[in-house]
Design a protein around this ligand. Sequence first.
Ligand code: NAD
Length: 353
Amino acid sequence: YKGGIRYHPHVELDEIKALAALMTMKCSLAQLPMGGAKGGVQTDPRYLSNDELMRLTRRFTSALGANIGPDYDIPAPDVGTNAQIMAWIADTYMMSLSHPGNRQHGQSVVTGKPPEFGGSAGRDKATGQGLVYVLEQTLPELGLSFHQLTFSLIGFGNVGSWTARLLAERGARLRAVMDRSGALYHDHAIDPTALANHAQTTGNIAGFPHAQPIPVDQFYSIPVDLFIPAALEQMVNLDKARAINCKALVEAANAPTTPAAERYLLEKGVTVLPAILCNAGGVTVSYFEWKQNRQAETWDADVVDDQLRKHMHAAAQRVRLAAHRYRCDLRTAAYCAALEKIDRVYRLRGIFP
Ligand code: NAD
């Protein structure tokens, strides 16, 4: 099983179950040899010292015991967790193995580790990079190209900031961005690299001097080609959908759009690119990391990118074919493609005993 571990004050069991179910769909759509999982701790890491964060992580890992393992359930970073936290999880798990000879194998209990400690090249940017590869396939169908494309973004953490930087490298322009500290706008383009440096130092986007602060209500109505939610679940509700002015809504976050909002956007002719396709790059490079650890290999960044591009193009193609076959929207198509594979496996295995 594969899925992220989240540290957030509002984590709930039902939410984690839903996110795990989405991971099952995502792994199936990307044809990774894993099922879905998720985990979380109700805490706000922003208010913990480094030492407290480490102790919490080690205690949590120790309590999970045999519920995780390199051949069983392999967590990864999600909202509020990062490479350092993955390193603590791996270390705690490795040190809990009684036979020192097994310890190196124990390192692959988590992915998203720092590169110096078994992490993969490209894991940091993987979710954003995967999204860009999906867009390589889908923009032509929308009559759009990267050059001069405009976009706005909710969330400027791992997924949001990498998506912005990688899109900007292709010539796209970030016109508006919002995080938990407020919203910013620029009539031409916000420089995502400068903004990422600012957010790295201050913890959020507020106070960035090269863009204009705007009220959150105004943020949603700024006209853009792509509207990209990359923060938390269900942030785009019907009210917000009525304000949004875009050609496509590209789900970088998990489940960011409510069903009512999606129905409204589809009726208006807005394309909705679903999360299980758009953000599958993260779990795909996580799988590459697990594979490298187990084979004692270190792939170059261009090998990772090349493999990721192949996986994402193939997944986008599966969704496109399912949409034609079932004459349906892209989210339904993505679920159909994912479920078809799971269905085939269940049929082949049968029920035993
Ligand atoms: P993160 O913790 O790095 O960043 C979260 C961002 O959301 C921050 O910029 C934060 O300010 C913003 N945010 C939080 N609450 C907000 C609010 N109320 N209004 C506006 N902005 C708010 O998290 P992340 O890893 O970038 O994950 C973002 C989303 O992408 C989540 O849905 C996550 O499950 C999904 N995802 C992450 C990965 C990954 O590799 N990290 C992979 C696949 C999917």
